[in-house]
Design a protein around this ligand. Sequence first.
Ligand code: PA5
Length: 463
Amino acid sequence: MKLKFDFNNMMDAFIGDEGISEKEIDGMREAAKDAYSYLEKNRGKGWMGWTELAYNQKDIVADIIYTAAEVRAKFKNFVVLGIGGSALGPMAVYNALCHLRYNELDADKRGVKFYVEDNVDPERMQSLLDVIDVKETCFNVITKSGATSETMSQYLIITDLLKRKCGKDWAKHIIATTSESKGNLIKLAKEEGFKTYFIPDGVGGRFSELCPVGLLPAAVLGIDIIGMLRGAANMDNAANSSDPYKNAPLMAAVLQYLAIKKGKNISVMMPYADSLKLMADWYCQLWGESLGKAADLDGNTVHVGQTPVKALGVTDQHSQVQLYTEGPFDKVITMIGVEKFRKDVTIAQGAEQFPDVNFLCGHTMSELINTERKATEYALTRSKHMNRTILLEDVCAESIGELMMFFQLETAYCGKMLNIDTFNQPGVEEGKNATYAMFDRKGYEAKKAELESAKQKQAKYII
Ligand code: PA5
């Protein structure tokens, strides 16, 4: 395993009364066993299709690798059209496993340029169109539901352009990744003859990185997707005990559950590596959308959840860490450390006459970033703020697979402990439906009437 989970600083032995005792963990043994058995019994069933992705996609992976090579040979750009779970995973993996300035590299040092349009900001769309030529671009439209307004508008803008600029071959510029059985994208794909990949049933958006949603963009970028799946399988296989001391994601979930009960309503995800910066965005959706629920499975109103916040080490030491060390005791801070960076840079000599600067000379930047991580860990612990560290041996396809599977398992275990539906998102649906109503979509007349009868804003409150 390339991932280690260090939870020393969650414990009362290190942070006193703010921490968690071994007795409290022992008190969670039954709940942990239940969560573990629930996941084991329901593997691959209902919305738990994601548990099997590391094992059941051999044929698809072969097809994806073949298609990815074709894309690289035929196109100069690869653009993902998608949002939420259909965009955050591809972005996080691109950021983690490609050169940090990938698109800016000379063409002979990289593959196709890569973009993900995960918004409907008109300036963003126009800026994309300013830097790509659609005739040289492959667009991967990703939407599980095949209905999301943002993705379908991106799709419509792009297909209109393609039809005008590429003539009869325009459909060859599109690869659709969607549900086989529902939504409009699959109908369009069949009608227009797009190359299509299916998002397996039972795999929700935020749990979909390890199916074609994430695998195709990664493969196009030349990322070792078999290694990613192997890493996910390694983590899954290591999480094979109902004893939290022998199952890292289960222990992580137990600690977060206990932390939530102690009023730690915020989960800060703070990687100490730029390559993992977008992994925090991906985590925020996974944790926030899965656990933030109004009702529990027995119909009680509970309004649970833990607000995920993204931060970056060391950058946010100079922005957020003041709050984390001296502010309210309402957070769990998770640092992600990297033992061995893929590149290192030595801090040059040249400040002999300035001892306050000279102490840095001759050290490497990886030494500095890791020392600052440990120093921040010390400061957080000294100020008795709950913190934990996920340590990766290095950042590679395998460790990223492990990390993503770790968080998915932690989320699913914690959702079970909270007795909520981890896999739905009624709050997101409400916003989607209100948008449809405001745009006068057929079938949403009642919602429109509801919106019109809602309290209207008062001018006196707008100044
Ligand atoms: O996790 C989820 O299911 C959501 O966040 C979706 O990923 C998001 O709403 C996009 O949905 P779709 O893939 O259906 O376009």
